[in-house]
Design a protein around this ligand. Structure first.
Ligand code: ATP
Ligand code: BTN
Length: 244
């Protein structure tokens, strides 16, 4: 049986730790690590997780409404984390569709929602967040895109445990709220935080590239892209958004 908070210094992946224990976990169980040997992002990509520099945090959530209701959850979690960081004094924290947090056009954090369960039954979700707190240039030198850390975004960083506690509390409250109101309660808030709102972007969809102007998200959590043909909603795990 797992306790509701496990603090583990070295781990393969905090998401994997909880996924391996679904069925033994209380609602809101958290796994927090100092280092991940195999931290992961979407589609099996690596999440660089140097020792002690960042936060690697996952929470278990049983969603009675099932898998379909989990659509858009990374958007909701993005809003929760962005607002929590603003509450501790970090300004201009933004979200990027579908699962990242940005500061000054650089990646600050990533969210990975994984789940198990059967159709028609409760979904067992693991919501993972990697937040760069003090990662140095050298530690992050292998990351193939612009990134930043919270030390840049916040002049008075709270103590690490305090930061973790703030994020955990906000995440828990947000998931409870999401169960009651669904995505609807978050669309406007997400659009207000959108790093790319009204900016030229391209969508990478497999081999295909579509360019247009980002117009936020709709009530299904789909990204709205304006092209000469009008506004088209895009949804699905295989799409990546890039600024132009
Ligand atoms: P997408 O838009 O498809 O989500 P992405 O490049 O952000 O694209 P993800 O799977 O979300 O892809 O995140 C993994 C990527 O994030 C890695 O390939 C790497 O470029 C970057 N990355 C890895 N570790 C970190 C980190 N600690 N901080 C910031 N970025 C990282
Ligand atoms: C992404 O940007 O693709 C999401 C990255 C998510 C990284 C976090 S770190 C804690 C949790 N454990 C993992 O292996 N991944 C997530």
């Amino acid at each position: 049986k797992c306790s509701s908070l496990d603090l583990i210094p070295v781990i393969d992946s905090t998401n994997q730790f909880l996924l391996d224990r679904v069925g033994q976990l209380p609602q809101g169980a958290v796994c927090l690590a100092e280092y991940q040997e195999s931290g992961r992002g979407r589609r099996g990509r690596q999440w660089l997780s140097p020792f002690g520099s960042n936060l690697y945090l996952s929470m278990y959530w049983r969603l009675d409404a099932g898998m379909a209701a989990a659509m858009g959850l990374s958007l909701v979690v993005g809003v929760a984390i962005a607002e929590a960081l603003q509450s501790i004094g970090a300004e201009d924290i933004k979200v990027k569709w579908p699962n990242d947090l940005y500061y000054q056009d650089r990646k600050l954090a990533g969210i990975l929602v994984e789940m198990t369960g059967k159709a028609g039954e409760a979904a067992h979700l693991v919501i993972g967040m990697g937040l760069n707190v003090a990662m140095t240039e050298q530690e992050g030198s292998d990351i193939g895109q612009a990134w930043t850390n919270l030390t840049q975004a916040c002049s008075h960083l709270p103590e690490r445990n305090q930061l973790a506690a703030t994020l955990i509390r906000r995440l828990y409250e947000t998931l409870e709220h999401y169960e009651n109101v669904g995505l609807d309660g978050f669309i406007e808030r997400w659009n207000r935080l959108d790093n790319f709102l009204d900016r030229p972007v391209k969508l990478l969809i497999g081999e295909r590239v579509v360019e247009g102007i980002a117009r936020g998200i709709n009530s299904q959590g789909a990204l709205l892209l304006e092209t000469e043909q009008g506004i088209t909603p895009y949804v699905g795990g295989e799409i990546s958004l890039r600024g132009c």
